[in-house]
Design a protein around this ligand. Structure first.
Ligand SMILES: [Zn+2]
Length: 465
């Protein structure tokens, strides 16, 4: 522990310029956030002409009829236009808020609110909660019409929307209540630990954040998800027995097997698993069950279990811990720097003893370029995991010595094609756009890889014979 703190102190030494040098942090944040937004717009402009292609890629030609392909291109085009406009609009709003001292204003408003209840500025955690609530509510406002447009105009036009206006409103209100119910105590604990541990908060906050992640894993399926969706046990039948048999053969600790009414909101479909190491839930969208045959859904689950077998969620958790550690390790230099807050229009009084939440929020903005790079790296890792899970599904026949699974690659391919066709997913993708945005390889890439895995496996099989 002491070695850790010595290293962290050395890092702070390197960053001591934050407290001493007069740096125009506001300009830096503006430049970085506009840089990222303009880069994202550039990516959309690279991707956009691909929506005008009239034929699908050769591998997919047999699976898309002309009309479906035309629809998927139109859907892609509409979504790209929407992303371009919303991306620029959101950035313009954020930029204006930053430029005109919105954060300093929100801190003062938070102070006034708690003042009405008789609390002064010495109650930093209370003021931080009020500040966050003000910030959250005001910055959510521009997103509401955009999200309504996306649901009721864009998705509706392409036949995906199943959300009613009342469901939209209740979802939003539930989301807010949850954000306050979970966010409030979490934020209080975060600020309390930071104050309590003083300069040695890094390992303590790591422990807090880790516990929070574990608590979320437990309460998400049991408390949160049922607020939004109905989960019902998967009915007895072909799919259920296939899933249970597959889980048993792989020694996957399947505790609950659910069908989720994803179709309540949208016709997009999927399947996933989660839970603690000894107790897992598998959830399959009703839309997936409706659109694919049981043996194809089984292949999708084989892919999902590939993620589990190769411990992808655990690996991602470790990566996220390293990411959190880096952020926390850099943070103290910004926490103890009044000049840093002054650059964002905070008054001399507030800046003299920087509130942790304010410093942390502004510090997050400083990290924008780093976060963009981390995002690209994470997508890269995630795409590798997807290949690995696809490969796992193809090779199940050998792993389980089960010849009935020899066509798992084909079945997975068919399920992926159905998912893509039904979701009208984009099939022509610019490589740079994909590298930046996509956590999954494109359908064309996956089908090609499935063929290669299968061919390699058949080749090996022959050699053994
Ligand atoms: Zn996957």
């Amino acid at each position: 522990m002491d070695l850790l703190h010595t290293q962290l102190a050395a890092l702070q030494q390197q960053l001591s310029f934050v407290a001493t040098d007069a740096i125009d942090w506001k300009f830096y944040v503006q430049a970085c956030s506009w840089g990222v937004t303009l880069f994202e717009s550039y990516l959309l402009l690279r991707q956009y002409p691909l929506y005008s292609k009239t034929e699908p890629p050769a591998v997919l030609a047999a699976h898309f009829d002309k009309e479906v392909f035309r629809k998927s291109q139109l859907y892609g085009k509409d979504k790209a236009q929407f992303s371009l406009i919303t991306g620029l609009l959101k950035q313009a709003i954020d930029s204006a808020m930053l430029q005109y001292g919105f954060y300093a204003w929100a801190w003062d408003v938070g102070g006034k609110i708690i003042g009405r209840f008789g609390y002064g500025s010495e109650y930093e955690i209370t003021q931080s909660l009020a500040f966050t609530a003000v910030l959250f509510l005001i910055s959510s406002l521009p997103g509401i019409p955009l999200s309504a447009y996306q649901t009721f105009v864009l998705e509706e036009k392409h036949g995906f929307n199943k959300t009613t206006p009342s469901l939209f409103v209740t979802d939003m209100l539930k989301g807010w209540v949850l954000a306050f119910a979970i966010g409030g105590p979490f934020l209080s604990a975060f600020l309390y630990v930071t104050k309590w541990a003083g300069d040695r908060f890094v390992p303590w906050l790591m422990a807090l954040l880790f516990s929070f992640q574990i608590i979320m894993v437990i309460i998400f399926p049991t408390i949160i998800q049922p607020l939004f969706n109905k989960l019902s046990p998967l009915p007895v039948g072909d799919l259920r027995s296939r899933t249970e048999a597959l889980a048993a053969k792989l020694k996957f600790p399947l505790k609950y097997l659910y069908e989720i009414d994803g179709s309540k909101r949208s016709s997009h479909s999927n399947a996933y698993f989660f839970g603690l190491p000894w107790s897992k839930h598998i959830v399959i969208f009703d839309t997936l069950i409706k659109e694919s045959k049981p043996e194809e859904v089984e292949a999708v689950l084989a892919h999902e279990l590939g993620h589990w077998y190769h411990m992808h969620p655990t690996k991602l958790l470790c990566i996220s811990q390293a990411h959190i550690f880096t952020i926390l390790a850099l943070f103290p230099a910004f926490l103890h720097a009044p000049q840093f807050l002054r650059a964002f229009d905070f008054s001399k009084t507030v800046s003299a003893r920087p509130p942790t939440i304010v410093a942390f929020l502004l510090f997050q903005m400083i990290l924008t370029p780093m976060e963009a790079v981390v995002g690209i790296a994470l997508n890269f890792v995630s795409r590798q995991f997807e290949w690995e899970a696809d490969r796992f599904a193809c090779e199940l026949q050998d792993r389980l010595n089960a010849s009935e699974m020899k066509d798992m690659g084909d079945r997975l391919g068919r399920a992926l094609i159905t998912l893509h066709v039904k979701n009208l997913s984009t099939v022509w993708v610019d490589w740079l756009y994909s590298a930046y945005h996509h956590s999954h390889p494109t359908l064309t890439e996956r089908l090609k890889a499935l063929e290669t895995f299968q061919a390699k496996r058949d080749g090996n099989g022959k050699k053994e014979l």
